[in-house]
Design a binder for this molecule. Structure first.
Ligand code: ADP
Length: 891
């Protein structure tokens, strides 16, 4: 690209005219100001002083020179006077010589020379007299006269002298007299001259002497001021030199900058043309030429704009002959001549778009910039299309998109805001975001804004209440960010974000939360143990029931392998199969028992139901172990089973007893009868030697029949219904009676018995004889056990007291025998269970006792004492106080 620029400034003639106008307008004050800038105030003062002193010195020196000249002339006059005087005196001597006739040739020659000298002196005097004495005065006239006379005399005297020299003829008397006269007057004149010039000389010397100090002072002052002025001027010159150097450098820089500017204009991608105030082209760049129909050439510089326009129109018209270009021309000229800066965009031929920027220069010229913005326009069109596309995209979102400026006012809101807040998007533009924030949530927004400013680009999400146009509010999740500066839309928006209506989601979450809470409370409050195990077979969660049972905190259990926590005998293969199961594969839960030790060290029987739990993908994500402590239930079940078996047995026993009782009575009666007969028969021969044997056998039959009758009686007692009338029993009396009944047997067996009954022990309600039967049973069992033990002696203690549980009384029978073996304990209360040899034990004692106590509404348990021996504990309901009893009866 090239730039055609013959001159960037107006013509030289115009320049000169301006310069002269400027010069003429320079005032004295401006001159002084410039001088002051050039040499400074000091320089100006010293310049003024030097000028004044110089003038003074000049004036003084002129006067002084005059005096000196005068002195010189006066001295010359005096010297001439002296010469005249000397000439006069010589004339005298000549006269004397003439008179004495003693004039020699030499004297004569000298006399002639003297005469010539005198004459010359007179002439010189005469010549200089006008200089000293401008007005002819007496003295001059005398000198003049004398000169004339002397001349005349010389004319006479010279021949006389010549004659005297040649012949020795004496000079005449007249001549001699004349000579004397001339000599005499010469002397007088010389004296007059001397006296006249002596006065004048004295005056001049006086003037000279008076002038000398002034001359000295003015000369010294002039010199001093001159020196200072030279210094000031030298400094000013130095400064001026430096300034001029800087000016030169600046000028070079300016030249370079100008060149750079020209180069820059040449390389501009836009057309650039400069016209002067007369609308003549001054310079243009290649781009401008390219954008002008027909182009521009260097010869066009100086051509008027309209001429160039017409030429370009001609070129275009040749291509588009049917088009009317009058309007185009008028529009171009009008734009060109507008005084203010004009920016105009036009789409011209071939769909190309141009932007014209016309502006005025300071000197009245015009700059025309023409940019080809076709690509820009196309990009704008694409951007606009994109914006519309994104706009429709944004509006199709379920969320509301918005942007805020730095003041927190909406700069953009997508149309979805109508659904969210009931406002139209344009209603919110320019309004503060605070207006739609619930007052209680505004501090939340302030906090978020602070966080966003601290971490630009980070997205903050929060849920808040936004006020709707109808006055209600909408729970909205807002995700907002303050984009980094480079991505912040040119600073247009400070924050951008989306708002999402989460009302329904929130409600769903709330109900889900409530359901979870309920589920959790069920899981936590249920008596069952709940363990959730992950795919890694480690515990994910344990409920409070389990934690309390195991006496552990959740963090001690969570993440541990569940097999360490529960001793649940699940086959590893089953679990592997569950974890590898396909989504549609049916999986069966397991139910199995696992013993667990509780915090009291008791081993409890837990029934675990183990369930695989599938996740959304259908694979097994968790395993749930639901454990129930079945120890008590199983015991109760066993007890129930035993009870029902006892009941059945009781029924059976009752029937058997009834059936056997009759034959047994017959057997007994028959045996007794036979024995009676045998004893009453006198005939000993009847039975002979067999008599004692028969006697013995009959006695045995009777004994065994009675024993069988006893058992049957017991069995009938076992089967007796508990609906007999209960009574208030004093435990103390009951225990004493029972102990008394067996005291003899115990004494014989060498077993001691003690009673330890608390004075506050309440009475119980039941059947006194049955209770005594139970206690006697327990005492006799204790005795048997003691006697079975290695010590074969020991003691039994009967205790009775109120239990810690109100309304209950405990009766304890304990011994220091060998205790109950472990394998016997579970079967202790089974009917017919006995460890005693056949014939001794029936195995009914404890089962009957159990039944009796149950019928009285109590319970009986057996265990071993830590110090050795067995302990049987009967718990019975305490009898109400008599007053209560009355009330109860009445009721
Ligand atoms: P029996 O006394 O006829 O054997 P029980 O029902 O009264 O029938 O007792 C059943 C069993 O309980 C006894 O055989 C004995 O083994 C055991 N037993 C009862 N009391 C005690 C005790 N105090 N010490 C040790 N074992 C006992």
């Amino acid at each position: 690209m090239s730039l055609v620029a013959p001159s960037l400034t107006p013509s030289a003639g115009a320049d000169a005219g301006d310069a002269s106008r400027r010069r003429s307008s320079v005032t004295t004050l401006e001159l002084l100001s410039r001088l002051r800038r050039a040499i400074g105030l000091t320089g100006m003062l010293f310049s003024a002083a030097a000028i004044v002193l110089g003038l003074m010195s000049f004036a003084v020196s002129i006067g002084y020179d005059q005096i000196n000249d005068d002195l010189r002339f006066v001295r010359a006059q005096r010297a001439i006077g002296l010469e005249i005087q000397t000439a006069g005196e010589n004339l005298d001597r000549i006269a004397v010589g003439l008179l004495g006739g003693k004039l020699s040739q030499r004297t004569m020659t000298e006399s002639v020379t003297l005469l010539v000298q005198w004459e010359n002196a007179a002439k010189r005097f005469f010549a200089i007299c006008p200089d000293i004495l401008p007005q002819p005065n007496d003295l001059t006239r005398r000198v003049e006269h004398l000169c004339t006379e002397f001349a005349l005399f010389s004319q006479r005297f010279e021949p006389a002298l010549q004659k005297y020299a040649e012949t020795g003829a004496v000079v005449s008397e007249d001549l001699y007299s004349a000579l004397l006269d001339v000599s005499k007057r010469t002397g007088q004149t010389a004296q007059a001259i001397d006296s006249a010039f002596t006065t004048r000389y004295a005056e001049l010397v006086d003037s000279h002497n008076r002038f000398a100090p002034a001359m000295l002072v003015s000369t010294v002052g002039f010199l001093f001021a001159g020196v200072i002025l030279i210094i000031v001027l030298a400094r000013a010159a130095t400064r001026h030199h430096v300034a001029s150097q800087a000016a030169i450098a600046a000028s070079v820089d300016a030249q370079r900058s100008r060149q750079q500017l020209l180069d820059a204009i040449a390389t501009l991608p836009v057309g650039f043309a400069l016209y002067d105030r007369d609308e003549r082209l001054v310079l243009f760049n290649q781009a401008s030429s390219d954008m002008t129909a027909g182009g521009l050439t260097p010869q066009d510089v100086g051509v008027r704009y309209e001429t160039l326009l017409d030429r370009a129109i001609e070129v275009v018209q040749s291509r588009e002959p049917e088009r009317d270009f009058d309007e185009v021309r008028a529009a171009n000229v009008a734009r060109f001549r507008r005084r203010d800066a004009v920016t105009e965009e036009r789409t011209e031929a071939a769909g190309r778009s141009f932007r014209y920027i016309n502006s005025r220069t300071a000197d009245g010229g015009t700059v025309v910039i023409k940019a080809d913005i076709t690509t820009l326009k196309q990009s704008e069109a694409v951007a606009l299309a994109n914006e519309r596309k994104y706009q429709s995209l944004v509006n199709s979102l379920a969320d509301t998109v918005f942007s805020l400026d730095r003041e927190g006012s909406f700069t953009y809101v997508s149309d979805r805001v109508v659904d969210l807040l009931g406002y139209r998007a344009d209603e919110l533009l320019g309004r503060s975001v605070l207006e739609v924030f619930h007052p209680l949530d505004r501090p939340l927004l302030a906090g978020v804004v602070t966080q966003l400013r601290a971490a630009r680009g980070k997205v903050e999400a929060f849920t808040c209440r936004l006020l709707r146009k109808d006055g209600g509010y909408r729970l909205t999740e807002i995700r907002v960010a303050a984009p980094e500066k480079h991505a912040n839309g040119g600073g247009e928006w400070a924050m951008i974000g989306i708002g999402r209506n989460v009302e329904a989601q929130h409600q769903m979450e709330r109900s889900l939360h409530d359901r979870m809470e309920r589920l959790n409370s069920i899981v936590q409050s249920t008596g069952a143990f709940f363990l959730l195990v992950g795919r890694d077979l480690r515990v994910v969660m344990a409920n409070n029931g389990f934690l309390e049972f195991a006496g552990a905190r959740e963090e001690e259990i969570v993440a541990r392998p569940f097999t360490e926590i529960v001793n649940c005998p699940i086959e590893p293969a089953v679990i592997d199969a569950w974890l590898a199961a396909e989504p549609d594969q049916e999986l069966q839960p397991l139910a199995l028992d696992g013993p667990l030790v509780n915090t009291r060290g008791e081993t409890r029987t837990i029934r675990f139901t183990v369930n695989p739990v599938r996740g959304d993908s259908g694979r097994v994500e968790h395993i749930v172990l639901l454990g129930v402590d079945e120890t008590d239930r199983r015991r109760t079940e066993l007890e129930l089973f035993n009870a029902s078996r006892l009941a059945t047995l009781g029924e059976m026993a009752s029937g058997i007893a009834h059936e056997i009782n009759q034959p047994l009575a017959v057997i007994c009666l028959a045996a007794e009868y036979l024995l009676d007969e045998l004893r009453e028969t006198a005939d000993a021969t009847l039975v002979g030697e067999s008599r004692p044997f028969i006697d013995e056998q009959c006695t045995r039959i009777i004994a065994q029949a009675e024993r069988a009758a006893t058992i049957i009686r017991d069995l009938r007692g076992f089967a007796r219904k508990p609906d007999e009338a209960s009574e208030r029993i004093d435990v103390r009396i009951a225990l004493r009676t029972a102990a008394n009944m067996v005291s003899e047997q115990l004494r014989l067996a060498g077993v001691k018995i003690e009673r330890d009954v608390s004075a506050e022990c309440p009475a119980i309600f039941g059947h006194a004889s049955r209770l005594q039967q139970v206690i006697i049973n327990l005492i006799l069992n204790a005795r048997d056990a003691i006697l079975d033990g290695t010590a074969r002696t020991g003691s039994i203690v009967l205790r009775a007291r109120a239990t810690p549980l109100p309304g209950q009384v405990a009766i304890i029978v304990e011994d220091d025998g060998p205790g109950i073996p472990d394998h016997v304990l579970p079967r202790l209360f089974e009917p017919f269970f006995t460890t005693k040899p056949t014939g001794k034990g029936t195995g009914l004692g404890l089962s009957i006792s159990y039944q009796i106590v149950r019928n009285m509404g109590g319970s009986i348990v057996a265990d071993n004492r830590p110090e050795g021996g067995a302990r049987f504990t009967i718990t019975l309901n305490a009898a109400p106080e008599p007053a209560d009893e009355v009330t109860q009866t009445a009721a």
